[in-house]
Design a binder for this molecule. Structure first.
Ligand SMILES: NC(=O)C1=CN([C@@H]2O[C@H](COP(=O)(O)OP(=O)(O)OC[C@H]3O[C@@H](n4cnc5c(N)ncnc54)[C@H](O)[C@@H]3O)[C@@H](O)[C@H]2O)C=CC1
Ligand SMILES: O=C(O)[C@@H]1CCC=N1
Length: 279
């Protein structure tokens, strides 16, 4: 259904690459139907061409043409660059084009204040989209047609699971699953460090920790049991896990996680407000 469409990635960093890789792996688009634009880094453009066989450029005449003719434009620049990029996009934007924004904090209303009434899909994917295991939150502007909705669903569905939310919840999604992979990596780093300080080699520590995290996530998914139930099954009364969890509780890890997510959510809102205040 969407195989013939052209997707123009406006911004060619890690978020754009994660989505492109996921889409190509699932054959949602052919490489020749994917265009990637960045501001100035030629080396990066060449890397993307070599890696995925997609079109990639920052040459103004060509990229203007891409933005004018694409069926879907994916906004994938940093929030601080969004106003300038959207202002540059405005004259090229055709009424039937759908905008899919990956930008943290940026509201549909702010996008439309700059480019006018248009079909906008506001999403928050994460970098696990690279391997088709993304967790994406999404909401839609009222201009999005049924056909565009189906295109967005197929594109986002190709990179992982998709959760539709009210726009007011997008900043929370950003704090939970958008930034979430970094929290898991942070815990993995800490566990690897702990293993090494207990005398294991770095290689031993890494492979044990990777498999432990992978196995724990798969256990939740495959058994359908909650993390709390599975945690209790690991925790023999008076045993080692109990001793360790007591320390985590004393260190208020639970509260720290809540505060971390709340700060990420607040930062997303703040970045959105900053963009709005530039207008
Ligand atoms: N990195 C992540 O895990 C995730 C990032 N996001 C969002 O994706 C967006 C991009 O993030 P990253 O990929 O991490 O950033 P990045 O810094 O890796 O990439 C940004 C890209 O935008 C390009 N760019 C900036 N201004 C431009 C302009 N005027 N014209 C053309 N290209 C322009 C840059 O050249 C670069 O290719 C952010 O808004 C972020 O909130 C969303 C979900 C996950
Ligand atoms: O750190 C950030 O701002 C972006 C949004 C979610 C993940 N990375």
């Amino acid at each position: 259904m969407s195989a013939h469409l052209t997707y123009c990635f406006y911004g060619a960093g890690s978020a754009a690459e994660a989505v492109v890789k996921g889409m190509l792996d699932k054959k949602i688009a052919l490489p020749e139907h994917i265009q990637m634009i960045n501001r100035s880094n030629q080396e990066r453009l060449q890397e993307l061409k070599d890696r995925y066989n997609v079109h990639a450029s920052n040459e103004p005449e060509l990229t203007h043409e891409w933005l004018r003719t694409a069926d879907v434009i994916i906004l994938a620049m940093k929030p601080k660059d969004a106003v300038q990029a959207l202002q540059a996009l405005r004259p090229a934007l055709e009424s039937q084009t759908m905008l899919v924004s990956l930008i943290a904090g940026l509201s549909i209303a702010t996008i439309q204040r700059i480019v006018g009434p248009s079909s906008v899909v506001r999403t928050m994917p994460n970098t696990s989209s690279t391997i088709g295991l993304g967790a994406t939150g999404v909401c839609y502007s009222r201009e999005v047609s049924e056909e565009q909705y189906a295109i967005a669903r197929s594109m986002l569905g190709a990179i992982g699971i998709v959760t539709e939310v009210d726009e007011k919840d997008m900043d929370a999604i950003t704090g939970v699953s958008g930034s979430g992979p970094a929290y898991v990596y942070y815990i993995m780093e800490a566990l690897i460090e702990a293993a090494v300080s207990e005398g294991l080699t770095a290689e031993q520590a890494e492979s044990l920790v990777i498999q432990t995290v992978r196995g724990a996530a798969e256990m939740v998914r495959i058994t359908g049991e909650s993390p709390a139930v599975l945690r209790r099954k690991v925790t023999s009364p008076g045993g080692t896990t109990e001793a360790a969890l007591k320390v985590l509780q004393e260190c208020h890890v639970n509260e720290a996680m809540k505060a971390a997510v709340a700060h990420a959510r607040a930062r997303a809102a703040e970045m959105g407000e900053q963009i709005g205040s530039e207008l």
